[in-house]
Design a protein around this ligand. Structure first.
Ligand code: BEZ
Length: 261
């Protein structure tokens, strides 16, 4: 069963703004330059597009969620945003760079995304991205799997995430023709805001497909059971600290070769 996660832009901005705060690290790999055009795949509510614009670049934000794009437009009316699916989008404009933070792990057809990124780039353009890598939130996935299995539900059949190893992902990029310049797979324990409530907010924002069709009271009980399983390992000094692992990559679409004279 494939169920899309439903995004709530207000929850995203008020309780999960660490997603774009952490994204500033991968912007350092992108190094946006004045005047260059950059497509941000999975731009959410647009905060990283705003950072690119501050650096003088000309960002365009794209997201599958119309609610996220509406919020991005009202926060940053001077910037361009559009709704599209990264696995199928088509642009006539070619970009100097394509960027993505915390979005590619929601796209389960990575070959299709990589092909569309390639088509959207100018020759010589770069692709810089960060997303969840193998092992990301593994303890959380295990806890969800166990608690759902006790209720006769199969978590793996509705898992919405793609968390590849670094070798698998860079291989896909190379198969498309990209030259991978930098790739890193690292642990980034992530402290959630709001103390005890932090995990519940995170489950509400990111884990919708696991709880699809569950009556509200059963969802409350399920979330409480997941929290109790995770507490010994992930609740420290009054906060939930999740076991995030990230992949960061920078790759180039090679410039067109001029024929030798
Ligand atoms: C994230 O967006 O960073 C994320 C989403 C799902 C699971 C883990 C991390």
């Amino acid at each position: 069963m494939h169920v899309e996660n439903r995004w709530n832009a207000r929850l995203y901005d008020s309780k999960l703004d660490f997603v774009s705060r952490f994204g500033k690290g991968v912007l350092e790999w992108l190094q946006p330059q004045p005047g260059e055009t950059i497509l941000d795949l999975g731009c959410g509510t647009g905060d990283l597009c705003a950072e690119m614009a501050k650096a003088g670049a000309v960002p365009t934000g794209m997201d599958l969620s119309a609610e996220m794009i509406d919020t991005a437009r009202s926060k940053y009316p001077a910037l361009r945003f559009f709704v599209a699916n990264a696995e199928t989008f088509v642009t006539e404009e070619l970009f100097d760079a394509v960027f993505s933070n915390a979005a590619l792990h929601w796209m389960k057809r990575p070959e299709a995304v990589i092909r569309q990124v390639w088509l959207a780039l100018k020759p010589g353009g770069r692709f810089v991205a960060e997303f969840g890598g193998a092992g990301n939130v593994e303890r959380v996935v295990q806890a969800i799997r166990t608690v759902l299995a006790d209720k006769g539900r199969d978590a793996d059949s509705c898992n919405p995430w793609y968390f590849p190893g670094i070798g698998a992902y860079t291989w896909l990029l190379e198969q498309q023709g990209f030259v991978v310049k930098l790739a890193q797979h690292f642990e980034r324990p992530t402290e959630l805001p709001d103390g005890e409530q932090g995990l519940r907010h995170w489950l509400d924002a990111f884990c919708g497909p696991f709880f699809a069709d569950m009556p509200p009271q059963e969802k409350d009980e399920t979330c409480a059971m997941i929290a109790e399983r995770l507490r010994p390992a992930l609740f420290r000094d009054g906060s939930w600290v999740l076991d995030y692992c990230r992949i960061r990559v920078a790759a180039i679409k090679p410039p067109e070769q001029r024929p030798l004279p």
